[in-house]
Design a protein around this ligand. Structure first.
Ligand code: FAD
Length: 532
């Protein structure tokens, strides 16, 4: 007790020294039902993230809120203080480039549903929705909703991410072609704005805020509650992988599959690129072995790039006989290498939680907590073939150091009013280069090598005029952010001025100038973007 009091006092003194005015003493006096922590282990843990790419900058304190009002009290204090210190919500810290960090003058709000008694998911089966705390993990949302035989419709590949964290980006997986990203499946939210107000927003109420927060990179408010739309949960999944040696045939089949709208269609469409035979360190490889071994060499005689289409059909136990026929009908339309069909059948929950198994495997080999120089791009359909030639068959060489996902989505499933940014074409692809760096690996597995490859990929796209957009974006300059948002920039900046005028929130994204660097709130539009 005494030591934590001393630590808090020390942190406050540091805050005053670092930021200045004495009203910041109020941070220690904020009356919350949760608690503040300045424990060194905790400060260290919230200053790092999954990417492990940045040298950690420890915040002054961590708030464990027990309600939206706790979050609002902190933000009101930050907003009301002379220097407006940063406040960043942290979901599960699965960002790559320090996006959930608050910097050394800031306070991190640990949103993860922990010991402070944040609200439990509230399910309304009659209305087919669930209300969840913004820091709830998707895996827990799934567990709770399955108790009612229901589940959200749109997912991410990995479920140990928070609702607020993925809704601040988009939340995509193989269901997005049909259901849209997770941000297209939200009915209502409670949001703490940068002024410390708790605002309810939906399609009918505070509409601008509602759409702005979705995909808004945490810039307009902290999501404390989200109402997620549900559907009856399937019980089982038929999970199929097939291989292609021709990129054109592969993408033609993917595009055909996402154009299907009737009853009879696959429920999930993804894919990945195989540029090396090793598939080492690749969580996707577990599918092929050991019961279902695949010899890549048996389908690829010259070691060239292969493409794997990944599709699933959901079903209920009572439909187990018809699923075979449905899959057969759907597969007949595809042009994969005939000898390359790999099928497995599993519970719905095990399919959705598949990446966690791979995580446990990688953790056991000390390969999970390593730097992750990930690069996620949305590539317009009209240029995906150029991307293949320049990147998969060019820049990558024959080593990948991690999975490379590729799958198309339909733009009409994305709400243009959201802050999420996508290319200007009806169909675009996610290309996700999910690489891990090793300190003691080969040269091609080292962090600097992989970062340089990312830089070359972005340069190639620029030179070839392939108008890619980064997903989970990371940009270094004002010009890059303005270009990233494109047509959406003016609206986004004006929403920022309205809902977070002192640029308190999610400063780790480095879009707007950090408030602790300036004594006065920015007033003119030209001063509201970061300049460094
Ligand atoms: P954090 O990284 O903690 O936060 C991300 C940003 O959101 C920060 O700016 C933070 O300040 C802000 N934020 C956090 N919580 C809130 C809140 N409640 N309100 C407002 N702002 C908030 N993404 C996909 O779309 N599809 C995938 O399939 C997918 N798979 C992944 C697999 C792995 C193994 C990993 C590590 C990431 C994956 N991601 C995927 C990326 C993931 O969506 C992002 O990392 C995202 O940031 C969510 O992570 P988080 O909940 O840990 O949020």
């Amino acid at each position: 007790m005494t030591s934590s009091f001393l630590l808090i006092t020390f942190a406050i003194c540091q805050l005053i020294i670092a930021v200045g005015p004495s009203e910041l003493l109020r941070i220690g006096a904020i009356d919350v039902d949760g608690y503040f922590s300045v424990h060194p282990t905790e400060l260290a843990s919230v200053s790092s993230d999954f990417g492990m790419l940045k040298s950690p900058e420890e915040p002054l304190a961590v708030l464990h809120p027990s309600s939206a009002e706790d979050v609002a009290r902190l933000v009101r204090t930050a907003y009301g203080s002379a220097t407006a210190f940063p406040v960043s919500a942290r979901g599960h810290g699965h960002s790559i480039n320090g996006q959930a960090a608050a910097g050394r003058n800031g306070v991190v709000v640990e949103m993860n549903h922990g010991v402070t008694g944040t609200p439990e998911p509230l399910i309304r089966p009659d209305e087919m929705y669930v209300d969840v705390w913004g820091g709830e993990l998707w895996v827990d949302v799934l567990r709770k909703t399955l108790e009612y035989g229901l589940a959200p419709k749109s997912w991410t590949d990995y479920l140990y991410l928070t609702v607020g964290g993925t809704l601040s980006n988009a939340g995509i997986s193989g269901q997005a072609f049909h259901h849209g990203p997770q941000i297209s499946n939200v009915l209502e939210m409670d949001v703490v704005t940068g002024k410390g107000e708790v605002m309810r927003c939906s399609e009918e109420e505070n509409t601008k805020l509602f759409h702005g927060v979705l995909g808004g990179l945490g810039q307009l408010g902290i999501i404390t509650r989200a109402r997620i739309s549900l559907e009856p949960a399937p019980q089982r999944v038929r999970w199929i992988r097939v291989l292609y040696s021709s990129f054109e045939v592969f993408t033609e089949d993917q595009e055909y599959l996402i154009s299907m709208h009737g009853q009879l269609k696959f429920d999930y469409v993804e894919g990945f690129v195989i540029v090396d035979e090793g598939l080492v360190n690749n969580w996707r490889s577990s599918f092929f072995s050991p019961r279902n071994p695949v010899k890549i060499s048996s389908v690829s005689s010259n070691g060239s790039v292969l493409y794997c289409l990944e599709i699933t059909k959901n079903y209920h136990d009572s439909d187990s006989e018809t699923v075979d026929q449905e899959v057969e009908i759907l597969m007949k339309k595809l042009n994969f290498i005939p000898t390359s069909v790999f099928t497995t059948d599993l519970q719905y929950v095990d399919f959705l939680d598949r990446v966690h198994k791979a995580e446990l495997k990688l953790r056991s080999k000390n390969l999970w907590e390593v730097p992750h120089p990930w690069l996620n791009l949305f590539v317009p359909k009209s240029r995906i073939s150029d991307f293949d030639k320049g990147v998969f068959k060019g820049i990558l060489g024959n080593k990948t150091s991690g999975p490379i996902l590729i799958y198309p989505m339909n733009k009409d499933k994305w709400d243009e009013r959201s802050s999420a940014v996508t290319p200007d074409e009806e169909v675009f692809y996610l290309v996700a280069l999910l690489r891990s760096a090793l300190t003691d690996g080969e040269e091609t597995q080292k962090l600097e090598y992989l970062k340089d490859q990312n830089r070359r990929i972005l340069e190639f796209c620029e030179q070839a005029k392939i108008n890619v957009k980064q997903y989970l974006p990371h940009h270094a300059t004002q010009e890059e952010w303005v270009a990233h948002f494109g047509d959406k920039w003016d609206r986004f900046r004006s929403l920022k001025d309205e809902f977070d005028p002192r640029h308190i929130l999610a400063t780790g994204q480095r879009i707007f100038q950090n408030p602790s660097l300036s004594l006065f709130p920015p007033s003119s539009p030209s001063s509201s973007a970061a300049s460094w």
